[in-house]
Ligand binder design. Structure first.
Ligand SMILES: *[C@@H]1O[C@H](CO)[C@@H](O)[C@H](O)[C@H]1NC(C)=O
Ligand SMILES: *[C@@H]1O[C@H](CO)[C@@H](O)[C@H](O)[C@H]1NC(C)=O
Ligand SMILES: *[C@@H]1O[C@H](CO)[C@@H](O)[C@H](O)[C@H]1NC(C)=O
Ligand SMILES: *[C@@H]1O[C@H](CO)[C@@H](O)[C@H](O)[C@H]1NC(C)=O
Ligand SMILES: *[C@@H]1O[C@H](CO)[C@@H](O)[C@H](O)[C@H]1NC(C)=O
Ligand SMILES: *[C@@H]1O[C@H](CO)[C@@H](O)[C@H](O)[C@H]1NC(C)=O
Ligand SMILES: *[C@@H]1O[C@H](CO)[C@@H](O)[C@H](O)[C@H]1NC(C)=O
Ligand SMILES: *[C@@H]1O[C@H](CO)[C@@H](O)[C@H](O)[C@H]1NC(C)=O
Ligand SMILES: *[C@@H]1O[C@H](CO)[C@@H](O)[C@H](O)[C@H]1NC(C)=O
Length: 630
């Protein structure tokens, strides 16, 4: 049977159309359509492709991937948080040179917001960079400026760019792990979850100088070069295991919080049997130390994969997701009837009630936690140094084999039988006369210091009439100290400390949205104006926008750490902060029934003299701590 000629022509036309569809560039007025599987851009030598990538049976994201990987290895996405329908969506380069992604119903999902009169086309370069380039070969927009979770060779990580992990394996939504420069010009890895932020690289127990890194180069630029060397302006540098020109590589912030450098042989020598990426390098980040992996009370252990498990008496909130944490099986405890459950070789990172302390006896440490209703437990090291860490929260828990670190979790008395509660007080007590009280000791100051402080307090209390004044004094002092020690390394670490204390870092845009453009002013306090707002997760907050001197970096961190350290039961809780260039804001819990200011000013004596004194004492103690640390 003869095949009709028009069919042959149609078939031919279709073949030509599909081979032509692998475009080298997209011109003004043309589009790539989601339905056309072969409608995508390829780089000159074919290493990268860019088109619609299927993330789900019914949804796609406009992406760039490595052409020759078996399962497309995506290195960039235009709309990772807003996938578009597999029907009717398209990417169009408009005549005004705006590159626009529209979904099935024609609404705009993403665009480059570029405008130009001159002729412009979209090209995918051999480096994997999607660019809008004009006739003078000037790049007017490039995907390299807005990375998702991957950095490619020759792509620069700069001050306003962040690698953000995927939410989970195979989910392209933005997750919670970030790799970026902070205000101190240092690259760091941070878990930035909905409730708290926590830095896990570089490790917080040392200063950045101990890692041979520097906060003094403000150029904030890092690059992975073609030979596999990563270099950053803060002196963070590492090499691919097979350093040298040749293999294609990518540096990816993975969904599990680990930053990995992957590589494959060049396209011509691609491992044909698997086409897989091979892992080449992994920084010295211990998986169980990645914050946010396990939730509250959860303890991370290697089995051999990092696994979250609850301590005895607690149960997982979500058996499939350790990051949701554990809940106690007992009712919240009454301070007078509490006891401790002992977990050897265990530690929870951060949320210390004071800065760390040495030279504290076990019983003093235990007592400090027992008598404070905010204390959820304490860590105590049996190394003879008397390290005592009472904690507000038990988060970032991990098993620490071969250490003298012992965790004590507060439980109701009688919850465990006598045998179960291992409290070998005698063996824990250290030889106090031998222990040196460190510079950082705060839980126990010597008697002399105590009486001096009380005298100072008697003097201070006369003046104290409102929190604003205490705050002013405190800030004034710390500010002065900050100035004195401006370049001091501990100070340089302030930004980390704020994050390590567990405050959430907000962006200016988030807070602007939360407060509806700073509309509802609820008061003017020391150094700033307070606005009421509602966060995306519906928590009501008071946002304090700082003005004047506190907007300087050093002064701002001082305030964050002072207020953060106070965390006094009578004070408003600090939840987070924002430090976007000149925007400095603090985010507090919103108190419906009057602020502390009002409590302090009220004539009907809602706060007795003793309470006021305690607040003042608490505040002054923190000033004292801070000044010692600075
Ligand atoms: C493309 O491949 C050719 C031949 O292999 C090579 O000479 C050229 O440098 C490559 N171009 C790029 C941009 O990598
Ligand atoms: C590719 O993806 C599929 C589906 O996610 C998976 O089953 C398969 O193992 C993957 N192949 C490789 C080589 O990773
Ligand atoms: C970062 O800043 C550069 C230059 O100011 C700008 O071109 C780029 O779009 C910015 N990137 C992001 C993600 O804001
Ligand atoms: C940068 O790192 C190198 C090697 O790791 C070290 O020798 C050098 O002192 C560091 N520079 C600074 C400024 O810390
Ligand atoms: C800062 O870092 C950049 C990029 O690594 C480098 O070119 C420059 O020389 C550095 N500046 C100083 C003062 O070290
Ligand atoms: C990486 O390799 C280059 C070239 O061999 C060398 O100069 C550099 O010091 C290496 N860097 C590191 C961190 O090992
Ligand atoms: C290709 O992959 C297979 C399976 O992982 C491995 O055994 C082989 O050594 C690889 N070949 C090269 C050249 O890397
Ligand atoms: C723990 O200590 C024992 C004995 O000192 C030692 O043999 C073992 O290697 C240590 N384990 C680790 C993980 O350090
Ligand atoms: C306590 O420390 C002192 C001074 O180092 C030492 O003389 C004494 O023997 C120690 N006591 C005990 C019980 O270890």
């Amino acid at each position: 049977m003869e095949v009709p000629r028009f069919l042959i022509i149609l078939l031919l036309a279709a073949t030509i159309a599909s081979s032509e569809a692998r475009l080298s560039s997209l011109r003004q007025g043309s589009s790539l359509k989601v339905e056309e599987e072969s409608d995508f851009l390829v780089s000159p030598n074919g290493t990268f492709s860019s088109g619609f990538y299927k993330v789900d049976t019914s949804a796609s994201c406009y992406s760039i991937w490595f052409t020759n990987s078996v399962n497309k290895t995506v290195v960039w996405m235009a709309n990772r948080d807003k996938p578009v329908s597999r029907r009717g969506s398209k990417l169009t380069l408009h005549r005004n040179c705006n590159l626009v992604l529209t979904d099935g119903v024609g609404s705009i999902v993403w665009s480059t917001n570029t405008y130009s009169d001159a002729g412009v086309e979209a090209q995918l370069l051999e480096t994997g960079n999607l660019v809008l380039i004009n006739q003078e070969k000037m790049v007017i927009w490039q995907s390299f400026d807005s990375p998702t979770d991957t950095l490619l060779p020759s792509q620069r990580l700069v001050k306003n760019t962040t690698l953000v992990s995927m939410r989970s394996q195979g989910t392209y939504l933005s997750g919670f792990y970030n790799f970026r420069f902070d205000d101190n010009n240092v690259l760091y890895l941070v878990y930035n979850g909905p409730l708290f932020s926590s830095v896990y690289f570089p490790k917080q127990d040392k200063t950045i100088f101990d890692f041979k890194r520097t906060p003094y180069n403000s150029s904030k630029v890092a690059i992975l070069d073609e030979a596999g060397q990563f270099i950053s302006s803060d002196n963070l540098t590492f090499n691919a295991s097979d350093y040298g020109i040749g293999p294609k590589r990518r540096l990816t912030m993975d969904y599990d919080g680990i930053l990995r450098l992957y590589e494959i042989p060049t396209t011509s020598t691609l491992n044909a049997s698997t086409g897989l990426w091979e892992l080449s390098w992994l920084p010295g980040v211990d998986a169980c130390l990645i914050h946010g992996l396990c939730g509250e009370f959860d303890i991370c252990t290697y089995k051999p994969q990092p696994t979250c498990s609850c301590p005895y008496g607690f149960s997982l909130n979500d058996p499939s997701d350790g990051s949701k944490g554990c809940s106690p099986l007992f009712l919240s405890n009454d301070a007078t009837k509490s006891d401790f459950m002992v977990l050897p070789n265990t530690d929870y990172y951060g949320y210390d009630m004071e800065t760390y302390a040495l030279g504290i006896s076990f019983s003093a440490c235990r007592n400090a936690c027992l008598t404070d209703s905010r204390c959820k437990g304490f860590g105590y090291a049996l190394d003879g140094k008397g390290q005592c860490y009472p904690k507000f929260f038990l988060r970032n828990g991990f098993h620490k084999p071969n250490t003298s670190q012992i965790m004590h979790i507060k439980i109701p008395k009688g919850f465990l039988s006598k045998d179960e509660v291992i409290t070998k007080l005698e063996t824990y007590d250290l030889n106090c006369s031998a222990a040196k009280v460190s510079r950082k000791t705060t839980a126990q100051v010597s008697e002399v210091e105590k009486s001096n402080k009380n005298r100072y307090m008697d003097y201070l209390i006369g003046f104290v009439s409102s929190f604003a004044i205490i705050e002013a004094i405190c800030i004034g002092l710390t500010w002065w100290y900050a100035f004195q020690k401006h370049a001091h390394e501990e100070f340089v670490n302030m930004g980390y400390i704020a994050l390590a204390m567990g405050f959430k870092r907000f962006t200016y845009a988030e807070l602007k949205r939360a407060t509806d453009g700073f509309k509802q002013e609820v008061g003017k306090g020391g150094f700033g104006t307070v606005y009421k707002g509602v966060l995306d997760d519906e928590r009501v907050v008071a946002v304090k926008r700082l003005d004047g001197i506190l907007r300087g970096d050093a002064e701002f961190w001082a305030e964050v750490s002072v207020i953060g350290n106070i965390n006094h039961r009578n004070l408003v809780k600090l939840w987070g902060f924002c430090a976007d260039n000149e925007h400095k804001l603090l985010v507090y819990e919103y108190l419906e029934n009057g602020s502390l200011d009002r409590l302090l000013f009220s004539s009907d004596g809602e706060l007795g003299l003793e309470q006021r004194y305690n607040i003042a004492l608490g505040t002054a103690k923190v000033c004292h701590i801070y000044m010692r640390n600075a």
